[in-house]
Design a protein around this ligand. Structure first.
Ligand code: ADP
Ligand code: MG
Length: 369
């Protein structure tokens, strides 16, 4: 069992800098949990407290139900993979893989069997007799993964392991790591993962659940689908999804949302609860949920990014930048028009409280969850 529990976890650096503000989180055995958020939000600090590389200022970390605050990293049943996967440069891949087991005093046949198994899983058999400098970035990262895997830890801790790789390699490593996680689980090996990244695409594609963080606090913990469809607040709404959700300042009037001199109808999801909503608010609509229409919000087209199957339209709406994703054919049909009309799909409109930032268009049952 390698369930991980964080209880009111706090970190203060140097007696003054509060980096982590009392985090509570339960990660199930075998779960792939992603910590995502902008640089400096304390993802690494939190992960390093789980690993035992950073002293815990307050609260508790439990692994497999056991409090590990005072346990050395080597006793926590964890293995960590970093962005800078420093392999020992003078050792061949084989030696790099064997190192941890040798230190632990394992016998030679056992070590060799473990190397063979890990090399098979990661498809690095042909690389075993190479030195790290003879490996590509992706190969080196797979060896680093192998060094973690060979320890058969209860929990894998990843800190931005793909950030040094180019975009194409990152995409293929993403798939490799999630496949590996699935395979280990299927083989009955405990394989809880905590994976830190600043990249929302990595978070969305890899996580069973995602913990969105900002400034040392949890903003929302949910599945990728739930985060995308029901962001709890402005921060999550703006952070998750690509291109970013449009967030437009305005006010609620009757069943409409008023932006500058224009209005757009709010769906029943929102208008059912009008009396609970603040007058001053922020409308959130994803670029994918804004359609070109004959009438609707009038905007001035400022730029079009051709993406192949789709085109990202950038426009000015009452002095506010707005982005819509439309089909390439729809864009063609616009001709050279500068004036366009955009219609937010009412069922996909979110309304956020301007002061607190909370998503006031979520059903109360979702907020409670
Ligand atoms: P992230 O991994 O999300 O980018 P970090 O956990 O590295 O964020 O940092 C969180 C906050 O703690 C930042 O404000 C950072 O400046 C601060 N911090 C990190 N390490 C130290 C340290 N050793 N001493 C003082 N402050 C630190
Ligand atoms: Mg970090």
């Amino acid at each position: 069992m390698a369930r991980v529990q964080l209880r009111n976890l706090e970190k203060v650096y140097g007696g003054t800098v509060k980096a982590v503000h009392g985090i509570d989180l339960d990660i199930a055995d075998g779960e792939f949990m992603v910590f995502v958020g902008p640089s400096g939000c304390a993802k690494s600090t939190t992960l390093r407290m789980v690993a035992g590389l950073e002293e815990i200022t307050g609260g508790e970390v439990l692994i497999g139900g056991q409090r590990v605050n005072d346990l050395a990293p080597g006793k926590r049943s964890i293995a960590m993979v970093f962005q800078n996967y420093a392999l020992y440069p003078h050792m061949k891949v084989r030696g790099n893989l064997a190192f941890g087991l040798k230190i632990a005093g394992r016998k030679k046949p056992e070590i060799e069997a473990a190397i063979a198994e890990v090399a098979r899983i990661l498809e690095i058999e042909p690389l075993l007799d190479r030195l790290p400098k003879q490996l590509s970035g992706g190969q080196a990262q797979r060896v680093a993964l192998g060094r973690a895997l060979i320890k058969k830890p209860g929990v894998f801790l990843f800190d931005e392991p793909l950030s040094n790789l180019d975009a194409k390699l990152r995409a293929s490593m993403r798939v490799r790591i999630t496949e590996l996680h699935r395979r280990l689980k299927a083989e009955g090996l405990s394989s809880t993962v905590i994976y830190v990244t600043h990249d929302q695409t990595e978070a969305m594609t890899m996580g069973d659940r995602i913990c969105v963080m900002q400034a040392g606090r949890i903003m929302q913990v949910a599945t990728p689908k739930e985060l995308y469809e029901h962001p709890a607040n402005l921060f999550v709404a703006g952070f998750i999804g690509s291109p970013e959700m449009n967030l437009l300042d305005g006010r609620i009037e009757g069943g409409d949302f008023v932006i500058g001199g224009q209005r757009t109808p709010l769906g029943p999801k929102v208008t059912d609860r009008l009396s609970d909503l603040p007058a001053e608010a922020v409308l959130g609509i994803r670029p994918q949920h804004l359609g070109l229409a004959q009438s609707g919000l009038a905007a001035r087209l400022t730029n079009a990014e051709f993406m192949g199957h789709e085109v990202y339209l950038h426009a000015d709406l009452e002095g506010r930048p707005i982005v819509a994703v439309v089909g390439a054919a729809q864009y063609e049909a616009l001709g050279r028009a500068e004036r366009i009309h955009l219609r937010p799909e009412p069922e996909h409109i979110h309304v956020f409280d301007k002061s607190g930032g909370g998503n006031v268009s979520l059903r109360p049952s979702r907020l409670a969850a």
